[in-house]
Design a protein around this ligand. Sequence first.
Ligand code: MOS
Length: 728
Amino acid sequence: MTARPDAPLKVTGRATYALDNVVEGAAHGYLVLSTVARGELASMDVEAVRAAPGVLAVYTPFEPLPLHPVNSALLGRMWLPLQDKDVRYHGQPIGFVVAETFEQARDAAALADVAYHERPAATSFSDGLTSAVDAQPAASEAPPSLTVLADGVASIEDALEASDVTIDATYETAAQNHAAMEPHSALAVWSGGELTVYAGNQAPHLVASDLASAVDVPVDAVHVENPVVGGAFGGKATSMPALLASAAAVALDRPVKAALTREQVFTATANRPATRQRIALGARRDGGLVAVRHDSWSTTTREIGFVEPTSHGTSREWYTTENLAISQKAVPLDVPPATFMRAPGEAPGSFALESAVDELAEAIGMDPVALRLRNNSTAPPGEDLQWSSKHLDECFEIGAARFGWADRTPGGRRDGDWLVGMGTATAMFPGLRFPATVGVTLHDDGTADVATAGADPGTGLLGVLRIVGAESLDVPQDRVVPRLGDSRLPPGGLSGGSTATASAGSATMVAASTVIEQLVALASSEEGPLRGHDVGYAHGTVYALDAPERDPMTFGDVLRATGRSTLSATGTTAPGEETTKHSFGSWGAQFCEVRVHRLTREVRVSRLLGVFDAGRIINPRTARGQLAGGMIWGVSAALHEGIEFDDDGRMSRRDLADYLLPVNADIPDVDVQFVEHPDTLLSDLGARGLGEIGIVGVAAAVANAVHNATGIRVRRLPIRIEDLLEDG
Ligand code: MOS
């Protein structure tokens, strides 16, 4: 167990977040947002804005701040603010006011007089359904739809028809905001042809490249820093304020700070889209799945950007079935854009699939755990690539015993005025790696740096670098200094896709063994202290194999003896051949107990247990934190969160008073357990991702527990008291 290296800084309030950086002469930018959901800007009268105290510049689509096209490695072709007059949603950035102080910029921005050519907007799911189109799921090469049929089966409908038992139901999930504690913000400093940007993000080297394109300067001249990030969850792959602050800093030749208010974060960034999913399952009497059909719709902008991969992320590969048909459709609306959010696809997809599996268990009269194990897949349907290491059965067995699942009865139980129920669900997240480079530098004082650009938005990557660095160099952890959050460090450690540990961790191992080889060569070289000897390395020391009487030397000793202050090497790893030989995924079993008040219908989650199979666990302390946090978010999705729009397209809940998030009193003790089977087929490190799987399945486990307690099946998130009023 290793404490977070950045914990003391964070808990004492000394961590320097982007906006905490103080630069002499910084100006402050404030966004102006649209107040209609669809149309075109007719005019923007900004005379009063310009005349307001302290105002330095006003940028609008009529007087734009030049931004050049950006093809982002993570997000593709990016929409850039203030470059055209189209209004695509209520709350879209349409202006940027820069003033001497934040208050001056904010007050001046309120004076903008904006006229629109307004057009009728579609902002509700049902409005958009008629124009739904087939769409490729985000971040995937997969086609929008895919069908796998057994020999002799003509269609998925025939397969369902021929099944002994079928269920067919439609589920809905609400749009969500990442609601990271640190709102999106940036400080951009333009000096001597170099742009330095402080902005919370998930990969500073990638954001630096986006900003270089946007302001049209060489990428070497852009330096992005994010040593601490106050949460990201997929919502900080880019930074709207960094784009605007950078361009304004160049235009004004002054440092510019820009921060979104909490309300602005809700519309001026991007959200998890709302989804609708229809699932049909067909099974034999013994529970064996014969047919799975999963059709998904997710809301997008009219340009169709991000499509939440709910069908592809779940039914595509979770269960063995002879027949499978999945599809993804986009529902274009005049609402803020969608993007990645923790377990994109799997989180809302698992609500639908794992509720449906529960409904099937009831229809067959089979225990929900037994039904899941009966259909445990050894490979995704229709593919030969077996899972590299899958121990979902062990997760369910340990979880069921630990949770007391055997006490569950089909109708739940009563405890005074409370109806008590238990539910379960499967969790899964793909095991991925991205290319990563890590640098290891040995210092003559006996310490070592382990450095990669990356980010630790609370995920624990900093500690992972320390642990893996120490074990690879075979030195105590307190001699390793992990470094992250600077685009000038070796490129790697993107905090996304639950990939950072496997990617940066395996690159650390390569870098460490390379630097050890260099050290050994140096020690035995002509200039080295052990010249002429065969030299070995163990426990952080170099020793002469053929002269055991000589004292071993630390790497610091060797460096000092050769008059060097440092010795460095980088290591790079990337996904390779292994992806053609196996399928990779982390798995988990979620268990939930709820108490529903007999009269008020209030739902309280009273117990949560998640048992996870995520390969080797590098740091149990932060791993538990990641998973518990994800499980809490699952409860939040089940019972609290949900973006809604007024009829005029204005987001009706866009602050932390109205957009409901759980508080401590909503969350019981969260029990997180691991079954630890290192997955060395994915990488030498043996770790698979665990950043996102915690949220997966939880909402279904809650809904299944609510059904167990009350007999009421709620197929729409969040579950509301109104959904649980006695049905007749
Ligand atoms: Mo995560 S949603 O892959 O940043």
